[in-house]
Design a protein around this ligand. Sequence first.
Ligand code: NAD
Ligand code: ZN
Length: 238
Amino acid sequence: MSKIKNIVVLTGAGISAESGIRTFRDTGGLWEDHSIEEVATPQGYADNPELVLGFYNARRAQLSKVEPNAAHIALAKLEAGLMERGGLLTIVTQNVDDLHERGGAKNIIHMHGELLSQWCRVCDRKFKSAEAFTLQSQCPKCESIGKVRPDIVWFGEMPYFMDTIEAHIQNCDLFVSIGTSGAVYPAAGYVQVARGLGKQTLEINLEPSEGSYLFHESRLGKAGEMVPAWVDEILGLL
Ligand code: NAD
Ligand code: ZN
C-alpha cells in the first residue's frame, strides 16, 4: 500500500444517495418513477421528447436543492493529498450530477455526460446551462431552434472518454469503485481491465455489487462513512 501514488476512483449513483439523489437500481430499475426506456434511451427521446426534456429539467433543478456529502468531500481531500505527493486522483463518474465538482474535486471525467451540459444536434457543440429546456429552445452557438438535447449518454450510446479512462487505469496503482451496482457496461468492466493489468482493486458499496467477487477487497457500508475513513487510511499510509 505504501507505493500508492495514482488512484482511479469509479463512482456511481450510490455516492450521491446520501445527498438525496435517488439511485437507479435501488428503486426497482426506475429512476424517479420513470423506466429506463422512457427517459434514458434514444428511442424514449424520439417517442416523447417533451417527457424526456422535462425529466432532465427536473433533475437539473434538483441540483440546487442538494449538497455534496462527506464522500464527495473526502475524494477532494484525497485528490489534494495525492497531488502534494506527486500523485494523481482521477474520478471517473457515471453520475450526471455536479456533486464531485461542488465537493471540491478537479480531475473528474463524466463518462455518462452532465445534467448541466447541453448538446446541439445541428452544430454538434456542447454548452453549459442550468436552464430548463423546451422543444423551442435555441442553441446559443448556432441559434438553431429545437435541436438541443441533454448531454447525457443514454443506454445504447457510447460513453465518453473511454480511451482516456483506460489510459488512467493503465497508469494507476489502485482502482476503487464506489456506489455502483456493477450492472452498466463498460463501467462495470473496468475492474476486469484493472485486474488484467495487475492493479490493486477495492470496492466500497452498500451491498456487494454484481462484480463484487472481482475485487481484491470489498468494504460494505454507506459511502458517507466508508469513503472518508478509507481516504484517511490512504493519506496516512503514503
Ligand atoms: P445504480 O443505481 O445502478 O447502483 C447504485 C449502487 O449504489 C447500488 O449497488 C447500491 O447498493 C449502492 N448504494 C446505495 N446507497 C449507497 C450509499 N449510501 N453508499 C454506498 N453505496 C450505496 O447506479 P449506477 O451503478 O451508477 O448505474 C446507474 C446509471 O444511472 C448510471 O449510468 C448513472 O448515470 C445513472 N444515474 C445517475 C444518478 C446521478 O447522477 N446521481 C442518479 C441515478 C442514476
Ligand atoms: Zn448549435
